[in-house]
Write a protein that binds this ligand. Sequence first.
Ligand SMILES: [Zn+2]
Ligand SMILES: [Zn+2]
Length: 278
Amino acid sequence: MRNQEYTQEVVNLHTHSFYCGHGSGTVEEYVQSASEKGIALLGMSEHCPVPDGRWNRSRMDFDQIESYERDCRVAKETAPEGLSVLTGYECDYLPEYQSYYAEVAERVDYLICAIHDLSTELSREYSVFWNQLSKKNLATYTDMYCESLSSGLFLFGAHPDLFGYYYHTWDGETEACSRAIIECAVANNVALEINANGLRKRKVQLHDGWRNPYPLSPFWEIASEYPLQVVTNSDAHNPSLLKEGYEACAQIASENNLQFCSYRVEREQTGSTRIALI
Ligand SMILES: [Zn+2]
Ligand SMILES: [Zn+2]
């Protein structure tokens, strides 16, 4: 078995290619860009399609899975010296997909979780990107996010503070929601991600100025009270964005006395890979 450790600044495990339909670039182009930008550990984390086609407007078709995973396998085998490639998925979690995601996890190197949609009905979406969130919606988001963290399937939770995209005040509810998510992550030993994609989105207007839709400073300020594992990623939807926003997210972490985790990758002789946070 060979082990290798990587610090966060040379790692990006949250990336999307043309496969999801709203990103661009091939897996091969990601490899090229990663090696130019000094990334030593690149993980592809396409939005994971589910068998019943839910959320299919923002992810690859179910029958493209094979092609995506093949591209990742080729990238792994042909990546230049000094760059390791991992195959992963970003999964929107619902309990009915637990065993499906467990099967996917068997085939790939890692999974991350996120909640983008608050509807539990197959025929209806309630995206946090397109709808004002009520206090009740915030509670739903929190419950869904905590269920994902508790599932035991995921290496880290992506953009946990995404609820701030369309909920623009900081109040008792947002504080309770943040504490619940952070406490659940700590209890389940799952890291949370300071996500740089929110820094590239249009700012939201508050009564006293403007802020990024996420990451939310008060969320990460609360996180500093807990022994939380923290990671950062650019959530690139284009190969050129692999390192985008790293410095800004590192600053959010340091302002809140948070330290990024490092990663240990264990490679068995059989070719299987395990990744863990350290
Ligand atoms: Zn996406
Ligand atoms: Zn993503």
